[in-house]
Write a protein that binds this ligand. Structure first.
Ligand code: EPU
Length: 423
């Protein structure tokens, strides 16, 4: 087992470069198998989900090869297996995109029920009803833990999503690229990774319009060609470092980001008392560590992202006064609170609402990353706490953060990864 050891209360200073977006790359890699040819994906984050995808696609008959650590060549000319149900597939939540990608190109797919972080019920009913509306026959085998999809052909139609689901929007978009006629997705999600996936598909010859608004129109095509594409920067990784700088105090330039994607966070950090400077592709956060209590509600993009909610909770634990944090996206995303309490955080949860009373000081403790973003929150808590914090279950953090300890060390943090074979 690996743990992160953090000796806290150091100010953060310097520059940190944001990696490619996890939630874009996990959609764009499967999208790449929709063309019989060789696509090249650049600005890949070095995270566990990318490695799981590479093994998965190779298992389907594709030939994936890293040109360098951040560039992946995917030759999807000869996909000869439509069963994606390996352990790697089960590990990743986003492997559900293989349903849309395989169904679109081959009109058949058998995909393992998705895994990933557990924070309450994570249904995929909207993905399935959307794919069904395009003409797929779907059966679920809960004993084997797989979903089978098959279609003679896919036909475009109008699909209204009850909830603006990121995954359902992308999955339907993937399959609809190869459907006859026009598909309209209404109440579509608008997150930056949806726009990025649509841009990649369009570079491959798809005809997707409206991504980034709540109505996406896809005109089906018969063929896609391979493409070379650079993934957008990771909005959530960027936000995590911005919050870390705000909480610890210091002067941090978070570079290689798209400032517009950060608007909801930037507004909240200013409200909490940080100074923010925005450039074309960077945001500088200057903080003396003395923060004011503020209220935060998570919402679909462009609202405050749920994936920054646990990290923001840590900021509120250190802000002066009482803050209210409301989680509107996931029904059970406060599980990490028990861990934060070990450091002395005062958080009361009532359903989707957390009331947080800021503390002048947090104390280092042994904690566990209960999921990816909860893990990021533990790291920030450890960075600002007095004494040593040891974080277990680092594998969750590695699912979404490239070399987090290196990046934080470059800002002056005292953090190291320790392998503990007997822990
Ligand atoms: N929902 C349904 N039915 C569905 C799908 C979703 O009711 O078929 C509901 C969910 O229960 C939830 C809401 O819709 O309440 C939003 O879920 P969404 O489908 O948008 O989430 P997702 O696609 O499974 C992606 C990200 C998550 C992020 C959410 C919300 C990926 C791979 N994952 O998940 O990222 O929290 O959107 O923005 O893109 C993370 O990066 O840590 C992470 C969990």
């Amino acid at each position: 087992m690996e743990r992160l050891y953090i000796r806290g209360q150091r100010k953060l200073n310097g520059e940190v470069v944001v990696s490619g977006a996890k939630n874009a790359v996990v959609a764009i890699i499967p999208a790449a198998i929709m063309a019989a040819g060789v696509s090249v994906i650049e600005n890949l984050p070095r995270i566990a989900d990318v490695r799981s995808y590479v093994t998965t696609l190779n298992g389907l008959g594709a030939k994936c090869e890293f040109i360098d650590e951040q560039t992946l060549r995917i030759d999807a000319t000869e996909i000869n297996d439509f069963h994606a149900d390996s352990e790697d597939v089960r590990k990743m939540r986003a492997s559900y995109y293989l349903m849309g990608a395989l169904l679109g190109r081959f009109k058949q797919a058998v995909v393992a029920l998705p895994g990933g972080c557990n924070f309450g019920s994570r249904p995929i009913n909207l993905h399935l009803s959307g794919l069904k509306a395009l003409g797929a026959e779907i059966s679920e085998d809960y004993e084997k833990g797989v979903i089978s999809l098959k279609a003679d052909k896919l036909v475009g139609t109008s699909i209204f999503l009850d909830t603006a689901s990121v995954g359902a929007t992308i999955n339907i978009m993937l399959a609809a690229v190869y459907a006859e006629g026009v598909t309209t997705i209404e109440n579509a999600a608008k997150e930056p990774h949806i726009v990025d996936t649509a841009n990649f598909l369009n570079m491959m010859g798809a005809r997707v319009k409206g991504a980034g608004t709540d109505v996406i129109r896809i005109t089906g095509v018969e063929k896609l060609h391979s493409a070379q594409y650079m993934i957008i920067p990771d909005q959530i990784e960027a936000g995590t470092y911005m919050i870390a700088a705000a909480v610890c105090g210091g002067d941090v330039k978070v570079s290689n980001l798209i400032p517009k994607h950060m608007d909801s966070l930037t507004a909240k950090l200013k409200e909490a008392g940080c100074k923010i400077e925005e450039g074309d592709d960077y945001i500088r956060v200057v903080s003396d560590g003395n923060l004011n209590a503020i209220n935060v509600k998570t919402m679909a993009y462009p609202g405050f992202p749920t994936d920054l909610q646990p990290q923001m909770a840590v900021l509120l634990c250190r802000a002066k006064g009482t803050s209210v944090l409301i989680e509107n996206v996931w029904e059970n995303r406060f599980q990490y609170v028990t861990e934060l309490r070990r450091l002395g955080c005062d958080i009361t949860v009532d359903g989707r609402k957390a009331v947080i009373i800021g503390q002048p000081v947090l104390n280092g403790a042994d904690v566990s990353a209960t999921d990816l973003r909860a893990g990021a929150a533990m790291v920030i808590a450890g960075l600002c706490a007095m004494g040593e914090t040891r974080i277990g279950n680092v594998k969750y953090i590695d699912r979404g953060y490239e070399r987090i300890e290196y990046k934080l060390r470059s800002l002056g943090a005292d953090i190291e990864r320790v392998s503990e074979p007997n822990a």
